[in-house]
Write a protein that binds this ligand. Structure first.
Ligand SMILES: [Zn+2]
Ligand SMILES: [Zn+2]
Length: 335
């Protein structure tokens, strides 16, 4: 079959690889759509602890075409999405219901072959059947939306909170919609790319501010005492360093974007102490596929405007490079 392979850090090729065969507890999925994600870039640049060669892709959906000997469901022909986070269920963290912190954690498309391929083998227990009304393109958003819902559960937004979101990329705009739905009075969005600014404005969730030298003055005018919740969705250390300065006393900062491993920022502990700031992390998802499927199936969040490109596997390298330069929104690959 054809598959994308990161042969070594910063090297990508679309190659012929052997078709996967299912282990006893696995199914084979014919991939319908797989989304390119910022995490794929971190993996590509060797900033995410993956080993090479690797077939990436962790945001996908498709149809079950073969099942292992011990699999009772899903059956052949079922359309499914896959939770790429595989936990052991037995370690100390799993037993505290912190499945995403499993000490034996494996990630489909991160530590084992993923969805940028015609076929992928995954454990049957990672599959979620799709409602009929949900398109393949929507289904490829279940994983990122699950991360958004996990973040919303982490932050427990007080109703009416004033929110600042730093970064209006495709997942930022998914998070912005989620924050609005979760009770924010407004979601002010800061973004650098002109096309993304225009798209952010079209959601009418709050003011949209161009990142740059005038940004802090505008934010100060919008919220003179600061925002109750500030969320980083850029992963950029320079942005993250300045984020607590936008939080009002008693407010929270949440790290949602993926910063490069090892990157450091300087914060003033006295400021965090004196103004009683809450600093919160959110990583991946923790059994939030169910609510994400429900939100998508019921049209609670809009995903169609977030897709800029849909292309076959052969177009991956070019689209991935454009994605890396910030020239696209969500890119969907249809193997
Ligand atoms: Zn992702
Ligand atoms: Zn575990």
């Amino acid at each position: 079959m054809q598959a994308v392979v990161f042969t070594a850090p910063e090297h990508v090729a679309v190659c012929q690889v052997p078709d996967p065969a299912p282990a006893a507890d696995e199914v084979i999925i014919r991939v319908a759509v797989c989304g390119i994600c910022g995490t794929d870039l971190h993996i590509f640049r060797n900033e995410y602890g993956s080993t090479f060669p690797l077939t990436p892709g962790h945001e996908f959906a498709g149809e079950v075409v073969a099942v292992g000997a011990a699999v009772s469901e899903p059956s052949i022909g079922t359309r499914v999405a896959v939770d790429p986070n595989l936990s052991c269920g037995a370690c100390e963290n799993c037993r505290r219901m912190q499945f995403h912190h499993c000490v034996r954690w494996q990630g489909v498309g991160v530590t084992r072959p993923g969805g940028f391929a015609e076929y992928v083998a995954v454990p049957a227990r990672a599959c979620y059947p799709l409602p009929d009304g949900l398109s393949d393109a929507q289904a490829a958003f279940i994983e990122p939306l699950s991360c958004v819902i996990h973040a919303l559960r982490r932050v427990r937004l007080p109703p009416g909170e004033d929110v600042l979101l730093l970064g209006g990329g495709p997942i930022g705009l998914l998070l912005a919609q989620g924050l609005a739905r979760a009770g924010a009075s407004r979601v002010v969005i800061v973004e650098r790319q002109p096309e993304r600014l225009a798209l952010a404005r079209s959601f009418h969730l709050g003011d949209v501010v161009a990142a740059g030298p005038d940004q802090d003055g505008i934010l100060h005018t919008l919220a003179p005492r600061g925002f109750g919740l500030v969320v980083d969705a850029t992963g950029q250390p320079a942005v993250i360093e300045r984020a607590p300065g936008h939080v009002r006393p008693g407010g929270s900062f949440m790290q949602f974007g993926v910063a490069p491993m090892g990157a450091m920022v300087r914060w003033e502990p006295y400021d965090i102490f004196r103004r009683e700031l809450t600093i919160l992390g959110t990583f991946a998802l923790c059994y939030t596929f169910g609510p994400a499927i429900d939100w998508l199936a019921r049209g609670v969040v809009e995903t169609a405007p977030l897709i800029s490109d849909t292309l076959p596997l052969a177009g991956f390298a070019d689209a991935f490079a454009r994605f890396g330069r910030g020239e696209t929104l969500k890119v969907h690959v249809r193997p």
